[in-house]
Design a protein around this ligand. Structure first.
Ligand SMILES: Nc1ncnc2c1ncn2[C@@H]1O[C@H](COP(=O)(O)OP(=O)(O)OP(=O)(O)O)[C@@H](O)[C@H]1O
Ligand SMILES: Cc1ncc(CO)c(N)n1
Length: 269
């Protein structure tokens, strides 16, 4: 069985972060492991507290993983401090990790900031050069380029700039657009759109985490980057279309939509 690890924060409400990543990896047929960078006290309405791991402990988590069950792909999500980012970069280099997907998580769907400003610079310097693909959303793309991204032409220009600067592929996610949900992949000097029908579902907590984990899972299974993005886009559309509605705010998605067997049946009343 192929394997993947998520290096990210825990979301106590289970919709984003480590929990979304593990559900996604399992539903996509890979064995999931985790190195937790932070605990968040969070639900569908917001984040109330964050407790970071120490760099030493995060390093030990990564040692435990890489020296035993070597991951076929790595997904990196919320990492809020420079010292943690530097630890991850050093360990990924030491273990020659492959298929690294970096989701430059900055702000939660609910509006909470998940990374310090100074750490954004460290992320760019230390982790972006190790990535095979970066997956910023539109606000993150604006922070990374310093340009406004309002049109499809802006998306192409911004993704090109990021890709050229860090020598890796960039998937600029269009979930924050008003009408469509079209994502743009810029890789090796060319671009391709992955078009998605906007699903009228206000419950989008964890869409970014889910997409990047689905890409990592498919890379782990040996699909090309383009195929992995296509399959991940299908997965997120299915999980949103299942119309789960939990919690008082922007709720989580249904990762069980693709699983239908005796173990998922509910009792009949
Ligand atoms: N309403 C929607 N209908 C269809 N696809 C969507 C919708 N909202 C988001 N997506 C898709 O979900 C994926 C994640 O995109 P998005 O821009 O929401 O990421 P994000 O902002 O990083 O997520 P998060 O809210 O978890 O931080 C993309 O493939 C995007 O096109
Ligand atoms: C732990 C965690 N990671 C990422 C996000 C972004 O959605 C979130 N809300 N919480």
């Amino acid at each position: 069985m192929r394997t993947a690890v998520t290096i990210a924060g825990s979301d106590s409400s289970g919709g984003a972060g480590i929990q979304a990543d593990i559900k996604t990896m399992m539903a996509n047929g890979v064995y999931a492991m985790s190195a937790i960078t932070a605990l968040t006290a969070q639900n569908t309405t917001g984040v109330t507290s964050i407790l970071n791991a120490t760099p030493e402990f995060l390093g030990q988590e990564l040692d435990a993983i890489f020296t035993d069950i070597y991951p076929d792909a790595v997904k990196i999500g919320m990492v809020s401090e420079s010292s943690l980012i530097r630890t991850i970069a050093a360990k990924l280099r030491q273990y020659e990790a492959k298929n690294i997907v970096v989701d430059p998580v900055m702000v939660a769907t609910s509006g909470a900031r998940l990374i310090s400003e100074e750490a954004v610079e460290t992320l760019k310097k230390e982790l972006f050069p190790l990535a095979c693909v970066l997956t910023p959303n539109i606000p993150e793309t604006e922070v990374l380029t310093g340009m406004e991204v309002k049109t499809t032409e802006d998306m192409i220009e911004a993704a090109k700039r990021i890709s050229e600067e860090y020598h890796c592929a960039v998937l600029c996610k269009g979930g924050h657009q008003l009408n469509d949900a079209n994502d743009l992949l810029y890789a090796d000097g060319t671009y391709r759109w992955f078009n998605g029908k906007r699903i009228s579902n206000p419950n989008t907590h964890g869409t970014g985490c889910t997409l990047s984990s689905a890409i990592a899972s498919n890379l782990a299974k040996g699909f090309s980057l383009e195929e992995s993005v296509e399959r991940a886009k299908d997965y997120i559309s299915g999980a949103l279309a299942a119309m789960l509605d939990l919690g008082k705010g922007s709720g989580p998605m249904d990762h069980g939509f693709a699983i239908d067997n005796a173990y998922t049946k509910e009792a009949e009343v």
